[in-house]
Design a protein around this ligand. Structure first.
Ligand SMILES: Cc1cc2nc3c(=O)[nH]c(=O)nc-3n(C[C@H](O)[C@H](O)[C@H](O)COP(=O)(O)OP(=O)(O)OC[C@H]3O[C@@H](n4cnc5c(N)ncnc54)[C@H](O)[C@@H]3O)c2cc1C
Length: 471
């Protein structure tokens, strides 16, 4: 199966592809490893809101591949894949270069779809990459600057209205973040934060419809209402057109217009068109893979993440699944190199996490326990920071983050957002200390039970870094 002279080529450096490459590099894998990715930076998507808000630095959640892969055995090629020939075992990129492979890993993710809505591609702003998060931040800041300078009340209202299309997890997390953040930014400019309006626009009446987080509906709904500026809902609204300054929609057979200076789009993803051309089976655009994550028709090819599905055990398109699959593919490639058969992979669904505003989140453990508010926020960020690629960075980033949390780098934000006094802020700091101390005590008292319950969250590893257990 393996052609000795041909490398293992990985297409797409998202969660599945990057972690396949990093794990392969750390193993005893002797084949050359080539990662082909169109962008120069990795986007840690679950933390894009923190990039937008400035809660985390771009080096933390939007690092360059060059730096991430420095010192590894991975050859990084920044280029766009143009065609894949599975029969000839070759990949062609935009520059015309051709890569022959022994094994191929398809991890190209999906792409934003606007469902052919006129004007959406031109005027709506998606949020699927670091570049898009930064573009949205710039646009929002520009709108606030324009608003503060205008005396025309109707124009100011338009400039200060943000419409977010789609009430899935990304729409909700973005709405909660902006409903806390924009009042702070506008207040800094001397504006009246009460003039800001965030509107969540959805085709159906339900939020989180068909999503893994759907059981968090009540918690999310409450959070949307409890922001610095409560989020407005515009539901049962079918968006028919996007303009530069608003959304046209149909509600109860009536055509209506919502004027808005910013329109964010989180409404849908479609399969990568490149993969639709392959002579293999797919399920609504996701490549069908075996439990070992191989294409049944071409076992030298692995596929994972948002662009693949195992029909026997379908998984949601999430980062935690893609990350675990990347690790499993690296393991199987290693086995194949050693002449052993690939083994099926088991995904551990570790609960779900959502950001519900600045310093507020929810961690849903095993669909049973919900940890909300600031503890939920801590657990969510600790979990994701633990997943940041490159363990050396992890410790630094996590420590920086904890220091920021405990010493209140965002003091002004926290105060204004929560209407807190310094006394309350002090109490919050003590509470944060207690939140951190509790797992330490628990770990010391019942190490095995602690490990079993929290292993999925990354908290045990985080604590091991910060406070190694005594032997
Ligand atoms: C805003 C947002 C928030 C999210 N929050 C969460 C969350 O909280 N928890 C969670 O579990 N999941 C979350 N997700 C989902 C999660 O990020 C995805 O499931 C995950 O990124 C999928 O990983 P992947 O490797 O399959 O694809 P991706 O991460 O999308 O990576 C695909 C890569 O392929 C590259 N690529 C595509 N086409 C080409 C080409 N032709 N040539 C070269 N390169 C190409 C892309 O540039 C990209 O880097 C979120 C997603 C978004 C957008």
């Amino acid at each position: 199966m393996q052609q000795a002279s041909h490398p293992t080529v990985i297409l797409g450096g998202g969660f599945a592809g990057l972690f396949t490459a990093l794990h392969l590099s750390q193993q005893n894998y002797s084949q050359p490893i080539i990662l082909i990715e169109q962008r120069d930076r990795f986007s840690f998507k679950p933390l894009l809101y923190e990039l937008l808000s400035g809660e985390l630095h771009s080096e933390q959640v939007y690092p360059r591949y060059k730096e991430l892969l420095a010192g590894s055995r991975v050859t990084f090629v920044q280029d766009t894949v143009k065609s894949i020939d599975l029969n000839q075992r070759k990949v062609t990129v935009a520059s015309g270069e051709v890569f022959h492979y022994g094994n191929l890993v398809l991890t190209l993710g999906g792409k934003t779809t606007y469902f052919n809505t006129p004007g959406a591609a031109e005027y709506a702003m998606p949020l699927t990459s670091g570049a898009e998060a930064i573009a949205l931040r710039k646009h929002l800041r520009y709108r606030l600057h324009q608003a503060i300078q205008t005396q025309d009340a109707a124009r100011r209202r338009l400039l200060l209205t943000v419409a977010i299309v789609g009430a899935g997890p990304a729409g909700i997390e973005l709405a909660c973040t902006l409903a806390d953040l924009l009042p702070i930014w506008y207040d800094e400019l001397g504006g009246d934060a009460d003039e800001i309006r965030i509107v969540l626009v959805n085709r159906s009446r339900e939020i989180l419809k068909g999503d893994v987080n759907s059981h968090l509906r009540c918690t999310a709904q409450r959070a949307l209402k409890n922001r610095v500026v409560p989020v407005d809902f515009l539901f049962d609204a079918a968006v028919t057109k996007i303009q530069a300054d608003g959304i046209e929609y149909q509600q109860q057979d009536k055509n209506q217009l919502l004027p808005a200076g910013t329109i964010a789009w989180t409404a849908g993803t479609a399969p990568n068109p490149l993969l639709m051309e392959l002579p293999v089976k797919n399920n609504r655009g996701r490549l069908i893979v075996t439990p070992t994550l191989q294409l049944p028709e071409f076992p030298e090819v692995f596929a994972a993440g948002d662009c693949a599905t195992n029909s026997d055990a379908p998984q949601p398109p999430t980062a935690q699944v893609a990350y675990q699959q990347g690790k499993a593919i690296a393991h199987n490639l290693q086995r194949i190199e050693e002449g052993k058969p690939a083994v099926p992979m088991a995904i551990q669904m570790r609960g779900t996490l959502m950001k519900l505003g600045l310093n507020e989140g929810v961690a849903n453990l095993f669909n049973k326990v919900q940890i909300k508010g600031q503890p939920g926020h801590f657990l969510r960020e600790a979990t994701y920071l633990q997943l940041l690629p490159n363990s050396a960075r992890n410790l630094k980033v996590t420590t920086e983050w904890l220091t920021d949390e405990l010493f209140q780098r965002h003091r002004s934000i926290t105060h204004m957002q929560l209407g807190q006094t310094p006394l309350l802020s002090g109490i919050a700091t003590v509470a944060a200390g207690v939140i951190l101390a509790t797992p330490l005590v628990w770990r010391a008292a019942q190490p095995t039970q602690f490990q079993q319950i929290f292993s999925w969250t990354g908290v045990p590893t985080l604590l091991n870094h910060l406070a190694p257990p005594s032997r």
